[in-house]
Design a protein around this ligand. Structure first.
Ligand code: NAP
Ligand code: HSE
Length: 428
C-alpha cells in the first residue's frame, strides 16, 4: 500500500453541508491515511457566487467553473452537495461517465432519477454513495444494502424529516406557533432551500422512496409515493390527540405486501408510549422489520450541518478505501425485481376525524350511519365542545380501506348538518 498517495476530490456546493464537509476534511487530515491508506485533499469547491465569504475554505480552491473540475484528471471523487435536479444530475452523470467516484446527499436526484445514475455508475464500474441522502447522520443506506442483505425486508417506517419533527415538537411541547417553529428550523440549517419540500412531506417522500427501493429490491420513485404534509395540523389536533393519549408525528411508511408495495408519507397519531413518540426535535428514527432479523431501529440526527457532513465523510472514507484497494463499484444497484406499487386508496388505516356538526338530536346517529354504510367502524367517539348550536365531534375509527373512508368523508362534507370536517389524521 502506498501510504503517501493523495486522493483528490471536488466538493460541489459550499452551503450548509458542503462547508461542514470541508471542515471535517481539515479535522481528519492527520488521520486520513490511517483510516484509508491514502491522504485526502479537497482540490476544488464549486459555488455559484465567488463573491461570498466562505469561512474555513481557502479562496484559491473556490471556482464557479464546472469544466475546471470535470476536466481535471487529478480529481478522483466528486462530492455533490448542491441539491436539486439540475445541474446536479448533469454534473453527476458527467462525473460517473468520466470514471470519477461520486458521493452525494441529493435525495431529489436519487428519488426521481435513481435508475439513470445507478446505471451510469454500474457501466463505469465506479462508486455512487449516498448515505447522507436519507436521515442525515443515521447509517441506514449501508445497513439496508449490506448488513440486512440476508433478509427479506417487509417494512421500513420512521420519522425522516428533521424540520417537520422540530416544528411538531415545538408546537406540542411549548405551544410555539407553526411559523415561528419553521423559522427556527430554517435558522438551524435543517430546512431545505425551499421548505415547502419539508412541510408538504416531499422531502420525507423522497427518502422513503429511496429506502423502499433498496429494502424491497424494486425501484420506487418519488412520483409513486403518496404525500401529505403537516400544514393542516392545528393546535386543536395536537391538544385532542394528547387527550386520547397520542402525539402527532410525520411518518414515512413503506410495506412490501402480497399485493404490492405500499409507500406513503403523512402525519400520524402514535401512542405516547410508542418508541417513535419520544423522537423529538431534529432527531430522526427508522424502524425496519425483516424475516430473519426481526425488528431493528436506527436513531440519530437527521438534519443539520455536521450530522449530515458526518454521513458524507463516511462515504468519502469508504470510497477512498475502495480506490486504495482497487474495488470501486463493488456495491451497486440492488433493484433486481419489478413489484407493483399500490394506490393509496387500496391501503388501510385507522383515522382520527374531527367534525363540526349541528348540535341536535339524531345528528350523531346520521354521521355514524354514513360511516357504517361505508364499512367504517367507530372505535371511539367524544363530543368535545358545544358552541352556538354546533358540536365538535372527535371520532377514532377502526382500520378501514382508505377508499371507503374517503367515500364516507365525501358524503359527510355534503351533509347539511355538517358545517366542517376540521381534521383527518391517520392513527397508528
Ligand atoms: P445549501 O445550503 O442551499 O447549499 C447549496 C450550495 O450549492 C451553495 O453553496 C450553492 O452556492 C451551491 N450551488 C447551488 N447551485 C449551484 C450551481 N448551479 N452551481 C454551483 N454551485 C451551486 O444546501 P445544503 O443544505 O447544504 O444541502 C445540500 C444537499 O444536501 C441537498 O441535496 C440537501 O437535500 C442535502 N441534505 C441537506 C441536509 C441538511 O440538513 N441541510 C441534510 C441531508 C441532506 P452559493 O453558496 O454560491 O449559492
Ligand atoms: N430538510 C431535511 C430535513 C434535511 O429537515 O430533514 C435532511 O435531509
Amino acid at each position: 500500500m502506498s501510504s503517501q498517495r493523495t486522493i483528490k476530490a471536488a466538493v460541489l456546493g459550499a452551503g450548509t453541508v458542503g462547508s461542514g464537509v470541508c471542515r471535517l476534511a481539515q479535522d481528519l487530515a492527520g488521520e486520513f491515511v490511517n483510516k484509508t491508506g491514502a491522504n485526502f485533499e479537497i482540490k476544488k469547491v464549486l459555488v455559484r457566487s465567488l463573491a461570498k465569504e466562505r469561512e474555513g475554505i481557502p479562496r484559491e480552491v473556490l471556482t464557479d467553473n464546472w469544466k475546471e473540475i470535470i476536466d481535471d484528471p487529478e480529481i478522483d471523487i466528486i462530492v455533490e452537495l448542491m441539491g436539486g435536479i439540475e445541474p446536479a444530475k448533469t454534473y453527476v452523470l458527467e462525473a460517473l461517465r468520466a470514471g470519477k467516484q461520486v458521493v452525494t446527499a441529493n435525495k431529489d436526484l436519487l428519488a426521481e432519477h435513481g435508475k439513470e445514475v445507478m446505471d451510469a455508475a454500474e457501466q463505469a464500474g465506479v462508486d455512487l454513495q449516498f448515505e447522507a441522502a436519507v436521515a442525515g447522520a443515521i447509517p441506514i443506506i449501508r445497513p439496508l444494502k449490506q448488513s440486512m442483505a440476508g433478509n427479506h425486508i417487509t417494512e421500513v417506517m420512521g420519522i425522516v424529516n428533521g424540520t417537520t419533527n422540530y416544528i411538531l415538537t415545538k408546537m406540542t411541547e411549548s405551544g410555539m406557533s407553526y411559523d415561528d417553529a419553521l423559522a427556527k428550523a430554517t435558522e438551524l440549517g435543517y430546512a431545505e432551500a425551499d421548505p415547502t419540500a419539508d412541510v408538504e412531506g416531499y422531502d420525507a417522500g423522497r427518502k422513503i422512496a429511496i429506502m423502499a427501493s433498496i429494502a424491497f429490491n424494486s425501484r420506487v420513485t418519488f412520483s409513486q409515493v403518496y404525500t401529505e404534509g403537516i400544514t393542516k395540523i392545528t393546535a386543536d389536533d395536537i391538544k385532542y390527540a394528547k387527550e386520547f393519549g397520542y402525539v402527532i408525528k410525520l411518518l414515512g411508511v413503506a410495506r412490501n405486501t402480497e399485493s404490492g408495495i405500499e409507500v406513503k408519507v403523512h402525519p400520524m397519531l402514535i401512542p405516547e408510549n410508542h418508541p417513535l413518540a419520544g423522537v423529538n426535535d431534529s432527531i430522526n428514527a427508522v424502524f425496519v422489520h425483516a424475516d430473519a432479523m426481526d425488528d431493528a431501529m436506527f436513531m440519530g440526527r437527521g438534519a443539520g450541518q455536521m450530522p449530515t457532513a458526518s454521513a458524507v465523510m463516511g462515504d468519502i472514507v469508504d470510497v477512498c478505501r475502495n480506490i486504495v484497494n482497487g474495488c470501486c463499484g463493488r456495491v451497486g444497484c440492488s433493484c433486481y425485481k419489478i413489484l407493483p406499487v399500490k394506490e393509496i386508496g387500496d391501503t388501510s388505516s385507522k383515522f382520527f376525524l374531527r367534525i363540526q356538526a349541528a348540535d341536535k338530536a339524531g345528528v350523531l346517529a346520521n354521521i355514524a350511519s354514513v360511516l357504517g354504510n361505508n364499512n367504517v367502524s367507530i372505535a371511539q367517539v367524544v363530543q368535545k365542545s358545544r358552541k352556538s348550536g354546533t358540536a365538535e365531534l372527535v371520532i377514532i375509527t377502526d382500520e378501514v380501506e382508505e377508499r371507503h373512508f374517503n367515500d364516507a368523508v365525501t358524503i359527510l362534507r355534503g351533509m347539511s348538518v355538517v358545517s366542517e370536517i376540521s381534521g383527518v389524521i391517520r392513527v397508528y
